[in-house]
Design a protein around this ligand. Structure first.
Ligand code: ADP
Length: 253
């Protein structure tokens, strides 16, 4: 059986193609049209796997753009797809913390991998990957450079909760000559505090996994581990968990 999971996120679109011989994955920027992005992912994955579109038995779409993918046989929520994907990789996990481009979520699982509770912030950019992208730009670096740039010993706390005000706060600190590495550490701390407060609402039970594109940032992982006082498990392909779950759920259609 050949199945495809498409996770059309707010920032990045991820596709996972499961074939009997190999698994393929692709990530591209979502762009302005979720529909075109879905088609691009299908074209790229079928090219890589050297198959035709008609060889795919079922497609499941997830992510914020999931309803805009006409090729999909079914659209399934991110919470369900993340839980499915993560438990296929780390079945022992009881809490998933996922930070994406535009939302962050905490999912609690029972010992059988079933979702028993979740919390989600999709109303405010603070505490998400987009917040980090904006701040990285103000600091003259790419989001992938933040982890190496942070200097926790020189931490400058960021007090503004709102992305727009936090940006002004950072510009003010830079004008006063504050350390850039200290500011990055402060940004990581502010995201971790927000997410930890949300996690406290559903309760954090170990083992805990950290996923989503932001899980690639080792500075956020460090700050979250400090806030939650637990060590976090991160699968190598942490950004693909939702797309993997979608591809696995497509097998059940
Ligand atoms: P969405 O599904 O909402 O598009 P993702 O889970 O794909 O979100 O995560 C996107 C976010 O991941 C970006 O906003 C960025 O902050 C972060 N990110 C992506 N790549 C990297 C990287 N190499 N290093 C650090 N952070 C990254």
């Amino acid at each position: 059986m050949i199945t495809l999971g498409l996770d059309i996120g707010s920032v990045a679109a991820k596709g996972v193609l499961l074939t009997p011989n190999a698994n393929w994955q692709v990530v591209i920027p979502t762009g302005w049209s979720p529909r075109d992005t879905g088609q691009q992912l299908i074209a790229e994955l079928t090219r890589l796997a050297d198959i035709n579109r008609d060889d795919i038995d079922a497609i499941v779409a997830t992510g914020y753009g999931r309803i805009s993918v006409p090729e999909a046989n079914k659209a399934i929520t991110e919470i369900t797809c993340h839980a499915k994907g993560l438990t296929s990789l780390l079945p022992e996990v009881r809490t998933i913390i996922d930070i994406g481009g535009q939302d962050s979520k905490v999912i609690r699982l029972n010992g059988a991998g079933k979702i028993i509770d979740f919390a989600m912030n999709d109303k405010c950019a603070a505490g998400t990957g987009r917040f980090l992208q904006v701040m990285a730009q103000v600091l003259g670096m790419d989001v992938s450079e933040l982890a190496d740039a942070e200097v926790p010993d020189e931490m400058v706390s960021i007090n503004s909760m709102c992305t727009v005000f936090a940006e002004s706060e950072i510009i003010g600190h830079l004008a006063q000559g504050k350390s850039r590495g200290g500011l990055v550490a402060g940004l990581h701390q502010s995201v971790a505090k927000r997410v930890a407060a949300m996690a406290a609402r559903v309760g954090v039970v170990g083992p805990v996994a950290f996923t989503g594109g932001v899980a690639k940032n080792g500075g956020i992982r460090r700050a979250l581990e400090e806030e939650l006082k637990v060590s976090l498990l991160t699968p190598t392909d942490c950004q693909f968990t939702g797309a993997l779950g979608a591809a696995l759920l497509a097998r059940e259609l």
